[in-house]
Design a protein around this ligand. Structure first.
Ligand SMILES: Cc1cc2nc3c(=O)[nH]c(=O)nc-3n(C[C@H](O)[C@H](O)[C@H](O)COP(=O)(O)OP(=O)(O)OC[C@H]3O[C@@H](n4cnc5c(N)ncnc54)[C@H](O)[C@@H]3O)c2cc1C
Length: 448
């Protein structure tokens, strides 16, 4: 067992960064600049042996341990002050088997890595909408994106995972081996081990009809109602998201982003949204799936973020009006409210196949405050909390673990699963991480 950081560095195939190293400042950076932490050691692992060594070194030295995939979690769980970061950014290989329609993705791969590899064979799995987000981190919390209605949540397409537990054991989870662990990984996050490799089901798809529909003025409320109705009654080959924002004048703006995988170049289902009053830009066209995946592409580590939201069972007119009414109080762009539809394929899947508990919700409504100036921290966080309180009366199934800040109480994490699933997750935690070594996450404490 290495005793010092230098011995630890020598023992790894990957590399180790400490304060003062050239790449340390970039490597410690989270997507969310609100989180500013200085780890004692960043271990950039390249294989399962490195991961096991890092877990052993961190525990032997009494260091708090964080796991970093794409660095996107808004809670900043990938960084820990004075602790050890197990950084998987050098494990980004994605291998595609086009015959079997399967992809094996290393634990630090991003969606850009994954989509690029899969699209080379005309294949996809439903993933996140931003290229720099980690595949594994997103999949372990569920995964909502441009293909949710067609192919389900990302975790519904997770078939196999290979983990290193805090005890250094390598465990495989699939329907045949440790199926209870596979169930827990579908929603339960990074609580049970560090996932070195994950295998996903792929689906044939190259081109989609998608892009941005932008609205301004009084027509926004009607456009948002049409969005809601389309999500409820629209065809299965249509996934759709909406985002409320503002400009400098603080007038609310709306962006609706459909992704259609049917045959029509001009999908009939979209006509109401493409003709409604208030439409100021229609960017919908047939394009490659990789182009669709670039619609939302924020810079990494450029602004401060505080997110809070709820799954809702419906999006009544009253709530739509209240959400629009909250936008001027944001005070300045950027920031907004993201509404992701959960219709379609997530409802087809046997709920018993995954730990997550929000499959029955209609929408995920997330208040996303983003700002640059630290002087605006307090008011931006207050805006997010107050706006989320407006949504709460319609809340079902708690909040989305993937978007939770670190200040969410355990009850909110529990509500995201329901009491029975939470109890099973705690039993899994007791088995694979009884000392709660992996607690920098939406934490499931061990039973008892
Ligand atoms: C700009 C942006 C866009 C997003 N878009 C979407 C979206 O379209 N759909 C969606 O559903 N979510 C989306 N998310 C949320 C995202 O899914 C979660 O924040 C997720 O946790 C990010 O994973 P990561 O690896 O990038 O983050 P990190 O911060 O690196 O990791 C977060 C946590 O995930 C766990 N983890 C990550 N990798 C591993 C691993 N290999 N083994 C074990 N545990 C691991 C760890 O607990 C870690 O603390 C987005 C977030 C941002 C900031």
């Amino acid at each position: 067992m290495p005793e010092t950081v230098d011995e630890f560095r020598d023992s790894l195939t990957g590399d180790v960064l400490v304060e003062g190293d050239r790449e340390y400042e970039r490597a410690r950076l989270c997507f969310n600049l609100l989180i500013d932490r200085r780890p004692a050691v960043i271990a950039r692992c390249v294989d399962v042996d490195d991961i096991a060594s890092a877990l052993a070194f961190g525990q032997a030295r009494g260091l708090e341990i964080a796991v970093r995939g794409g660095g996107h979690n808004p809670a900043g769980h990938c960084a820990v002050h004075d602790g050890l970061v197990i950084d998987l950014s050098r494990m980004r290989d994605v291998r595609v088997d086009p015959e079997k329609e399967r992809a094996i993705s290393q634990g630090g791969a991003t969606w850009l890595d994954f989509d690029t590899a899969a699209q080379a064979h005309g294949l996809v799995t439903p993933g996140g909408v931003v290229g720099s987000t980690g595949v594994t981190g997103l999949a372990l919390g569920g995964g909502i994106g441009h293909l949710t209605a067609q192919y389900g949540l990302t975790c519904d397409n997770l078939l196999v995972a290979e983990l290193v537990t805090p005890a250094g054991e390598i465990v495989r989870a699939s329907e045949d081996e440790n199926p209870e662990l596979l169930w827990g990984l579908r929603g339960g996050g990074g609580n049970f081990g560090v996932v070195a490799r994950a295998e996903f089901r792929l689906h044939p798809l190259e081109r989609v009809v998608g892009g941005r529909l932008e609205y301004e003025g009084v027509g926004i409320a009607q456009a948002l109602r049409l969005f809601r109705d389309l999500a409820a009654d629209g065809p299965r080959e249509l996934s759709i998201q909406a985002q409320l924002a503002t400009d400098e004048s603080l007038a609310p703006k709306l962006v609706v982003v459909p992704c259609c995988t049917g045959e029509e170049d001009n999908p009939e289902a979209l006509h109401p949204l493409r003709t409604v009053r208030g439409l100021v830009n229609d960017g919908v066209r047939r394009q490659s799936f990789l182009e669709q995946q670039r619609i939302f592409d924020p810079g990494y580590g450029v602004d401060r973020n505080y997110w809070k939201g709820h799954f809702v069972g419906e999006l009544p007119d009253e709530l739509i009006d209240d959400l629009i009414g909250r936008m001027p109080a944001l005070g300045r762009p950027p920031g907004g409210i993201l509404i992701e539809s959960l219709h379609g394929a997530p409802k087809d899947v046997d709920p018993a196949s995954a730990a997550l508990g929000y499959r029955d919700a209609a929408f995920n409504v997330s208040v996303m405050a983003s700002w640059i100036d630290p002087a605006h921290d307090e008011e931006s966080i207050a805006w997010a909390r107050e706006t989320a309180a407006v949504i709460e009366p319609w809340s079902v199934s708690g909040g989305y673990a993937n978007y939770m800040q670190a200040d969410e109480p355990l009850d909110r994490v529990r509500a995201a699963f329901g009491p029975e699933s939470f109890r099973r997750l705690q039993a899994l935690k007791s088995r694979y991480d009884p000392d709660n070594v992996l607690h920098r996450n939406q934490n499931i404490p061990p039973a008892g």
